[in-house]
Design a protein around this ligand. Structure first.
Ligand code: XIL
Length: 299
């Protein structure tokens, strides 16, 4: 979102990497079977590159924000696979050399560790996962390819399932290079101990660790809250701890930290979950919050 001078100034000056929140998702980039929608995406990408930012592509595959034609696609498994290949490779080719890293697959697991019954699993089978990574790698062999998911620190059943998938992919030389640990966390949980152990488990598999989609909720249960300095200080402390833990990862495995927005006024949480919250670095007036100051202090 580049509206407003202060907003633009924050984006230009405070961050060195961009991730599109919605416009690189399948429904936006690939709205009809034979139509790709590049202009808005190209504009954002070119702006980011003109400002010397890294650009992280999010996301080639997901079960949400799919175009209707894709959900209703008719065909046998070979036709589904061909459709998946065209989807991934057309996008990767278009942005080749500019988008240097992709979330290839987002949120493929359920909370109990089973594979989500997405349209991809239904029509292609579980092997859609390795196929997606292979297709992306064929289209852009230089790109760093990520699997991205939420609750991987909090939920060890889900984490175990993702770890065993990745181990299996790596054993068979399927190109996967990074893990996105979505950090939609709160001031109450997950604990720093489990965040640290999740990061360790994944870098020990040889993956780059991306703390993706970071926001720190003050109100995960959606109660009536009063925004107090005490809450803001707790949030700042959580940010500080997470950042310090991240810096303990060997440098070769640090991909970066991505915030899911910068100002509370643009956060997805209040509208998506229908609750009052203040999860980001800057307040609704673009003023730096204690969380921002503690984050800087940690670096
Ligand atoms: C969210 C966006 O922030 C919202 O604007 C949209 O309405 C729904 O998706 N996990 C993800 C992100 O991987 O793509 C989601 O983004 C948040 C949860």
């Amino acid at each position: 979102m580049l509206d407003g001078t202060r907003n633009k100034e924050i984006i230009d000056r405070q961050f060195n990497s961009f991730t599109p929140e919605n416009i690189f998702k399948p429904n936006s980039l690939h709205p009809e079977e034979n139509t790709f929608n590049w202009p808005e995406a190209d504009q954002m990408l070119d702006y980011a590159l003109s400002q010397n930012k890294r650009f992280h592509g999010h996301t080639l595959l997901w079960h949400n924000q799919l175009p209707l034609w894709m959900e209703n696609f008719q065909g046998n498994s070979a036709e589904w696979e061909a459709m998946l290949k065209t989807h991934i490779q057309t996008i990767c080719h278009h942005f080749k050399g500019k988008v240097k890293a992709w979330d290839v697959l987002n949120e493929a697991f359920n909370e109990d560790g089973s594979l989500r019954n997405s349209i991809w699993k239904q029509h292609i089978g579980a092997s859609y996962i390795e196929k997606a990574f292979v297709f992306a790698h064929e289209a852009d062999p230089e790109a760093i390819l990520f699997y991205n998911d939420f609750n991987l620190a909090l939920n060890d059943k889900k984490r175990d399932a993702v770890v065993s998938l990745i181990r299996n992919l790596k054993q068979r030389n399927i190109p996967i290079h990074g893990i996105g640990l979505q950090m939609h966390i709160s001031i109450y949980y997950p604990s720093n101990v489990v965040i640290a152990s999740a990061m360790k488990e994944f870098y020990q598999l040889g993956l780059k660790v991306h703390l993706s989609e970071l926001d720190i909720s003050l109100n995960p249960r959606g109660l009536d809250i009063e925004l107090t300095d005490k809450l803001l200080q707790k949030q700042a402390q959580k940010m500080y701890s997470v950042s310090l833990l991240y810096q303990q990862i060997p440098k070769a495995y640090q991909y970066g930290i991505t915030f899911w927005g910068h100002s509370d006024v643009h956060s997805w949480i209040p509208s998506f979950f229908g609750r009052e919250d203040y999860p980001l670095l800057f307040d609704a007036n673009y003023k730096a919050k204690p969380m921002y100051c503690k984050f800087l202090e940690s670096l």
